[in-house]
Ligand binder design. Structure first.
Ligand code: BDP
Length: 700
């Protein structure tokens, strides 16, 4: 089993009694003859799903002819309107669905009801998931609707098919072959998105290439859009701010220049002629060398509004990224987004969404939430999460990210008083609504299993499920994914669930425990590099020494009032908790504080000992992961078993490497021995500092 089928396997329901029960309650699929393409996808999915799960060919009809029909319907059908309440329909909204089993004319029906075609598709997937999860049909009765309107993947795919921070092969988009030649994978990709309720995708890298906006490439993009459309997946593109110069022949890209505005208007009109349901632009501007409005002494708002005005007539949106830290500013890097964007609050058009990474630094294994989520009350804000594991072991280490994303979504900004979680800021319920956006940087590529590491499929799944319903518990998501992917052997399920749920914390433990961040190797970002300094990286805030500040007297970055005071960007409640060395949670300790090596930790041990033991714990936990996986050998197919076993073996090596490299390095400053229970390094420090990894994926 190569994993290609993801969570949509539709293998026969293993429990024969249950399979028979399902088959007995599903007799035919009722769907109007002139169904729009999205509903045709729903129909085909149900046929395929029932065939696989139940082993029967369920006929498709235009009118119910018998008992136990599965009926796809909208409230335009008076029969449905009489059964489904106004309130339920309202709750289902634009994209949601109602699943209900009802008694009717002496028999039964299963209803999939939605206000719009898209909801029927999501309802069909939900019904199939229900069966795949072995849930009973008899009392089926649920209403589900997404809380966030635009649920997008962001692909950091270059046009030469290299994927920036991609660890699963090449880009899925075969630009040279398009538009005529279309890989069947495009359909499979869009179908996978739809199965999770994702409704859009930005197919190009934020480090953008203007060529994508030229006519020949727009024709190729239009071909992809055509493949995605039956699955309700809309295309978005990244817009390179200097495109008017690079492909438009203008001398400037100044957002206040009327010729520039006219160029973008024409370009946007051209895009919508080719792709009528085009979603909009994602822009990285004046960030890490990308061009932007500041090149013309204009603001981010000027830049974003320029594009927003061009898109507005078509209901297109601009997602303007807030990942900025300017080379001229030597303020603590984690403060800079608020410094730059805070003053622009309220200055963006209504179809602009400022897109913010979950943390103020950069997708670290753990950071506090970005304070920009509470600094712009009059601006629409999107959350950008990273599914691809740039800093969490790429496609070698197991790190299930739902618990990390839960930390973010549940974080209370206190922006509108207690309970103003990031989730509520993003979905608009806390403040401004429409359009609301959540984005996940994709971990997909041409690898047969899509995500490089088979178990990393769980992160794609988790992002999609959370984008639909940001209240879902990590445990529930893990359990769903494991059952959909590996079936219902309870030993398998409980073992894999346990492995998934602890895995992110394990990576934190052996790489950046106790609030350490950004101490990975330079450039490719894989493995340890706490020694990276200005000799090895282009600017101070790309070094590791900038972040850990280890010295004889201690370690950590003082972000309290005695230091950079990044803490002041948070609500007083957080300032109080995080600002005090005694109350600051230890998992963020060295993010906020500079701490002496002998500082007494909650365990009673000195900081140095605690740090060492965390690294050791990380290694021990990887060993436990290996034991757990090995215990499933006879219960899994050989291909998937071996695939994961090999990666876990490599992960153990990597964890040991992290532990040894970091502890040897920090020991130069702490001058303390390893505490009992911590295994000593096999090699001297020079061995680790002189290692150069080559041919790393995801990095140019
Ligand atoms: C960093 C990545 C870099 C991205 C950048 C971004 O290392 O490849 O281009 O973020 O998000 O995490 O723009």
């Amino acid at each position: 089993d190569d994993g290609y089928r993801l969570w949509l396997r539709y293998d026969p329901v293993a429990d024969a009694a249950r399979r028979a029960a399902y088959a007995g309650t599903i007799s035919e699929i009722v769907i109007p003859e002139s169904a729009p393409p999205v509903v045709a996808s729903a129909r085909d999915e149900l046929v395929t799903g029932f065939r696989g799960l139940l082993g029967v060919e369920v006929p498709v009809v235009a009118q119910a002819t018998r008992d136990n029909a599965v009926i796809l319907a909208t409230p335009r059908d008076p029969w449905i309107a009489a059964i489904i309440s106004e309130a339920d329909l309202r709750e289902a909204g634009v994209e949601g669905y109602i699943l209900r089993r009802i008694a009717h004319e002496g028999g039964h029906r299963t209803l999939i009801v939605a206000n719009r075609p898209q909801g029927l598709l999501y309802g069909a997937f939900a019904l199939l998931r229900h069966l795949q999860l072995g849930q009973p049909l008899e009392k089926l009765n649920l209403v589900s609707a997404p809380k966030i309107q635009r649920r997008l993947l962001n692909h950091w795919d270059d046009m030469n098919r290299h994927v920036e921070r991609g660890y699963a092969g090449f880009s899925l988009w075969e630009w040279f072959y398009l538009p005529e030649i279309r890989s069947p994978r495009y359909r499979d990709y869009a179908r996978a998105l739809a199965s999770l309720g994702l409704n859009g995708t930005v197919i190009t890298n934020v480090n953008a290439n203007a060529q994508i906006l030229t006519a020949p490439y727009l024709a190729k993009v239009a071909a992809l859009a055509q493949e995605f459309r039956p699955w309700g997946v809309r295309i978005y593109l990244t817009a390179r701010f200097s495109a008017p110069i690079e492909i438009g022949g203008l001398k400037t890209a100044d957002p206040l220049d009327p010729a520039v505005a006219a160029w973008w208007q024409d370009k946007v009109a051209e895009i919508y002629r080719a792709i009528p349901d085009f979603g909009g632009f994602l822009v990285k501007a004046n960030s890490e060398g990308q061009p932007g409005p500041q090149d013309y002494k204009r603001t981010h708002a000027d830049g974003a509004n320029l594009l927003a005005d061009a898109l507005q007539p078509y209901n297109g949106i601009v997602m303007w990224r807030a990942f900025v830290y300017s080379p001229e500013n030597n303020e603590d890097r984690v403060k800079q987004a608020v410094t730059e964007f805070g003053p622009l609050d309220g200055k963006f058009r209504q179809n602009v969404i400022v897109q913010i990474k979950n943390g103020p630094l950069d997708f670290m294994p753990r950071e506090p939430f970005s304070p920009l989520f509470c600094a712009m009350p009059n601006t629409r804000l999107a959350a950008e999460l990273q599914i691809t594991q740039e800093y969490l072991g790429q496609s070698i280490d197991l790190a299930f990210l739902a618990p990390m994303w839960r930390e973010v979504l549940d974080a209370d900004t206190y922006a509108n008083g207690k309970g103003t979680t990031i989730a509520s800021v993003v979905d608009g319920s806390a403040k401004l609504q429409h359009p609301s956006v959540i984005a996940g940087v994709a971990n997909t590529g041409t690898d047969r299993n899509w995500t490089g590491h088979l178990l990393a499929q769980a992160n794609w799944y988790a992002f999609g499920r959370l984008a639909w319903d940001h209240q879902l518990a990590s445990e529930k998501i893990a359990d769903e994914w494991t059952r959909l992917t590996f079936g219902h052997d309870e030993t398998v399920v409980s073992t894999i669930n346990k492995m998934l749920l602890g895995s992110r914390e394990t990576v934190v433990n052996y790489s950046m425990p106790l609030g350490l961040t950004h101490i990975m190797a330079e450039g490719h970002h894989y493995g340890p590099g706490p020694w990276v300094d200005l000799k090895g990286a282009g600017r101070p805030d790309w070094t590791s020494v900038y972040y850990h500040k280890a010295a004889a007297d201690g370690i950590g970055f003082d972000r309290t009032a005695t230091g950079s005071n990044a803490l002041a960007q948070y609500a007083p409640e957080w300032q109080k908790l995080w600002g005090n060395l005694e109350t600051c949670p230890e998992n963020l300790l060295l993010w906020f504080h500079r701490v002496p090596w002998d500082h007494k930790m909650k365990s009673g041990r000195p900081l140095w000992d605690e740090l060492c033991l965390r690294y050791q714990q990380g290694v021990d936990e990887v060993r436990a992961l290996r034991r757990d996986w090995d215990s499933l050998k006879d219960r899994l197919d050989a291909e998937r078993f071996t695939h994961v076993a090999q990666r876990l073996a490599r992960q153990e090596k990597e964890a040991i490497h992290w532990r040894d490299a970091c502890l040897l390095y920090f020991q130069q400053f702490s001058k303390r021995p390893l505490p009992a229970g911590v295994e000593p390094a096999a090699q001297p420090l020079e061995h680790y500092t002189s290692q150069i990894l080559r041919n790393m994926p995801g990095h140019r």
